[in-house]
Design a protein around this ligand. Sequence first.
Ligand SMILES: [Fe+2]
Length: 372
Amino acid sequence: MIASSIRERILIVDDEANVRSILHAHLENGGTECVSSPNAFDALNKIEEQHFSLIISDVMMPGMSGMELLRLVKKQEPETAFIMITGLMDINTAIDSLRTGAFDFITKPFELPAIQRSVDRALERRRLLIENRYYQEELERKVRERTFELNEALHDVEESYKITLEALVAALDAREHETQAHSQRVREYTLALAEALNLNPDMLVHVGRGALLHDVGKIGVRDSILLKPGRLSQSEWVEMRRHPQIGYEILKSIDFLASAAEIVLCHQERWDGKGYPNALSGSEIPLGARIFAVVDTLDAMTSNRPYRRALSFEAAREEIRVCAGTQFDPRVADAFLNMPPESWMAIHDSVNRLHQEQGCLDVLCLNSNTCQ
Ligand SMILES: [Fe+2]
């Protein structure tokens, strides 16, 4: 309902009967419904019973003053307009009443046209206040509605991201079994180490995706090489070492995976420049890839291989310590070594447990903050 459609009603409060009747008659002649009260208590009872757009009140009345009435009205119905009239021109009361929310302060004897002008302006101001409030409320309602729709849309996008990631991991696992658990472990290790290095939440999402998909390029490596039980020949290694570039090509044009693609491309680079495919060194290698390199070694050493059983977490820590500054970024290796072996073992065990229990893909959500 908009303000202009509200029927205006005025309450006149004055202990002088002749003032009440003059105002009442004049304002009703102007077409506004009026109600009169001889004192503030009676006025409060009437305010309880019906709604008033405007109250015109005397200041000096027996029992309760017009100022007290004004305070009570403004507390209960702040949008009700209020005009003060008084027989005494007291500047302090005038200032007080205006500060408390009265629209106008008129002294007796008053002229009826002056009262009418004040009433018209007070009612107009009240209408504007109410219209502004409606507008504000409507705006807030629309913002809430749009926020809800946006959240729904974001949720759909996140779902499709998750499905895309699951599909990519599953595609690789279909070629090289057992890679899912490895991908998920290194993802969780990478996130833990990235958090220890204070990477911001956006970066965490990208490095998590990069770690999860690091070997996706192996989809493009022939089975005879990818699944070969024995040692690879020199030429076979050349093909195998194309997998970071192939992974990068697969992911780079997928918008939400573009940053992860950089980590995939660089995940076999080494701090000392002896890695592949581009022999990058030091900080030329994206930080996410430098973090991944450390935890990939951890996972490789602590996993069973056809030619050896898994080594201990202590042994992996020692290897990472020894290779800090050559294979690994020393700052990243330090952050890794500062974390107790138990924390890595706990991640290892929880990923493996979930992998066995749920058959894998839900493990993408092990860390809900950096899911996708
Ligand atoms: Fe790899």
